[in-house]
Ligand binder design. Sequence first.
Ligand SMILES: Nc1ncnc2c1ncn2[C@@H]1O[C@H](COP(=O)(O)OP(=O)(O)OP(=O)(O)O)[C@@H](O)[C@H]1O
Length: 979
Amino acid sequence: MDTENIKVAVRLRPFNSREKERNATLVINMNGSETRITDPKNAESVHKFNFDYSYWSHDGFKEEENGYFSPDPSHPNCNKYADQKKIFDDLGLGILHNAWEGYNSTMFAYGQTGSGKSWSIVGYGNNKGIVPQFCEKLFEEIEEKKQDPNNATDYQVICSMLELYNEKIRDLLSSTKNENLKICLHPSHGFYVKNLQQIPVKNFEKIKELMNVGTTNRTVAATNMNATSSRAHTMFGITFTQKFENTAGTMSEKSAMINLVDLAGSERASSTGATGDRLKEGAAINKSLFTLGNCISALAKKANGGNIKVPYMDSVLTKLLKNALGGNSKTIMVAAVSPADINYQETLSTLRYVNRAKEIKTMAKINESETDVLIRKLTEEIEQYKTMMKSGNIPMMSDTADLTEEEKRELRKEIEEEYSNILDENNRRIDDIRKTYAERLKEAEERAHQPAEMRKAMVQKKKTVPYIYNLNMDPQLTGHVFYFFENSPISVGKDVENAICLKGPSIAGKHASICQNKNDWTIEPTDSNVRLLVNGVQVTSKTILHHNDRIVFGTTQYYVMVHPKKSARDKTAYPDITFAMAQKEIGIHSGIDMNTLLEEDLLEMLPAIEEVNAISKELDAKKVFSLMLNNQSEVQVQVTDTESDIEWIWSRQEFLNRKYIMQEVYQQFITGENWKLPQDKDPFYDDPTTPYLIGSVEIFLKSLAHGIDTKQVSDIIDCSARKVGTIEVHLIPCGEDSKDLIDSEESFFSEPEERLNKNLHFKIKILQAYGLSNRFTDMYCSFKVYLGETEHKTDKISGTVNPKWNFSKMFSFKMVTKQLIDYLTSETITIKLWGCHRSSKKDNDMTQVPSISEPVQQSEDIEPRANQAKFLMELHILKRKQRKQETKLDAIKQMIELAEKHEKTKLSLKLIKSLFESTTQQEIDANLQLISQEKDDDHGSTSKSLTHADKISSSKVSIRDLRIENTKPVNNSSSCEII
Ligand SMILES: Nc1ncnc2c1ncn2[C@@H]1O[C@H](COP(=O)(O)OP(=O)(O)OP(=O)(O)O)[C@@H](O)[C@H]1O
């Protein structure tokens, strides 16, 4: 038994195009095994993690001619760069070594969508991931061993590949529709998937082929089932068995099960989302990933001595990974992370998630047994279960006194089914042990769903027959579904009798027709209402399809046309078509002006909006979705209830989460399952009493940095940049005792830096809003200040369009820092105004207030208005600075007059300085009174023991000089101009 901790590796990928376009900054730093992540909003907040391996694949590489990413000697991070080979050498070789020893191994990749999980596990093109490298190396080593004439060991490699989506297991290597395989529990072998294809393979080529079949099956499911691959977990299983004669001369077998798992995108796994989406936890979306997190937590607590139940049984994934997590397996977890500031939160939660995993211990043992002993054990188990079933003496049925007869019958049926599964599994295992590898290979060849000739024929056909291939947002799934144009016409649509049968929102029963016209192929919609796009443009009549044209049927089915002969003849250099390109042209043709910063967001959101509207229509959900940009230029979704006219605004993330559930619901709808969900799980439902963001306002804080009070009356702007009302906010410096310091010299600082290391107190008063729509009740404001996480809220007010809150909140800071000064001088606080919709527009019994809102205003208008507020504040600050200077000047004048009155010719520098630094009239008066006591001699004291500073401050200045200085023209053009 080998007890060891789960090994954790973290891998950092390069910036992707979205991150580059947004000028994303790098938030991850790696040094040895240490990984640091810095909060982009607060450079002082750094989280450090120590993992077994930290892989820097962010930069320091170059792309070789064959597409392989290798370390770039000309780059400073060349030595730091971890390429696919390095990852395999560190992690894959260990797994391979374990496999030879007879230890089970599991490796799973965890991380948000697009973080690089598939890159590490499967890889792309020549950048082969762990699975292909492992298989290649395994066969290499087997071949080497076989070269030894004294080696009679029989080596067997068996593969399986499954997809786990929405708690359902799909066999990716099965030619039949194996969409919901059962997971069963075997008393001695743990959980296993019943009827999962276990395919013997004789070489690496065969494995590649199987992986291809698996990916094609994933693609078909992802396109037709309307599911995106990022929501599914993919498990690649390899059973490596060595059958040999042991030293005692009996046959033995050593067997290792290797599971390589590409987990679904983790962004939907966290229990509490920043989106505040009520559906996030309750929905079925990745219940598995959520439970995996719970199991990891429980196991980590257990490892630290806690007595806690591990909830393996709560999801299919955790049942399948039970061994990997807490049992007989050596396990590695790879956290794939994005380097960008925009993914900071997700990356931090990924690092925290896997950080817990490293505390978990597993106990791997070598799986070696004598064949006879194995067979005997399995046969004995079979006999035992058979006897129990025959006699009816089932142990689990002994404690059933409280059950009704019906319940007992049910339970008996379940147990008998379980027993019969165990019998089947044992028989299968005995069969496997008895058969030679050659026999199993032969059987597999016979069963193969795509014999070699068929595959060859397909390759040939692609060279001559025109066809379309699928485009998927996951590049791994692009180009796996083909429809050849062999007969004309070809009907396309949802109905099964179509030659090309496609499923998905907005696909009509009879959608389009593809016809041959001499050497061309044309496409035509069967109805003017169907959504059929060619190169991003809606097609309404017969249109010729050219090589590389993009065709979209409905909202989710994307294809590319291939004209093999024509493209071979013309010499055009055709670009590789990507899903993003196809999406972009749709965006451009839909008339949306894509400013570069938002392009990626829009590209993702536009088709999603189309799809969700189509689903809503088909399910009669009575909701219309539209895209909008808020005044921080973030993409949001406006949801309108077509019956009540009530609107809601969803964040991008909330929309995407809900979209997943809508797709699940739609899937059930089209497969005829019961799809109606209760209100609390309905992705289309929004509680009308949920606060709605009416609008927001930015409040400048600079006056507080100077200690000046300001009353700001600002426009409240909604998410479409329209003015929806005004709000009156008062910023007031105050004393520690909370006394307001209005128009006070005491609180004023000409330069904010003068406040450093002093205390600062102020109040934010939200007085009243004016001219809001009467559609809202329970209106309140919320805001956060500085680094505080607390959201401050006013009371809720209803029954008026001019809610008066008279809210006041005091904020105190001890020892003001430079960061706080910077915040006050350059940042704003966002005050958000919330309200609930009145239940229906028919209830709008309040008199409509004369609209103070201007007609739709574009965001360009907001900027000057915001600038105006800023300008007024700057002006106010300048005036106060000017006033302070004038006060000082007045004090000096008074001083001279008083000195002359008291016939003084000189005044001490100390007194002049004290007068100059006086901030209140009281202090000035006190200093002026001291003039009469001033002596006219040159030094207040002649003591030699005085310090240099004392001497200077006690030195005297002539009144005549002061008068000359003071009467010089004031050279302060800026303040003169402003006044
Ligand atoms: N180490 C890397 N080096 C270079 N490019 C990478 C690396 N990791 C990821 N990428 C790039 O990032 C993209 C997303 O990676 P990948 O498909 O592996 O993410 P994923 O986490 O598996 O996403 P999903 O959850 O959607 O399957 C890939 O297309 C690839 O171009």
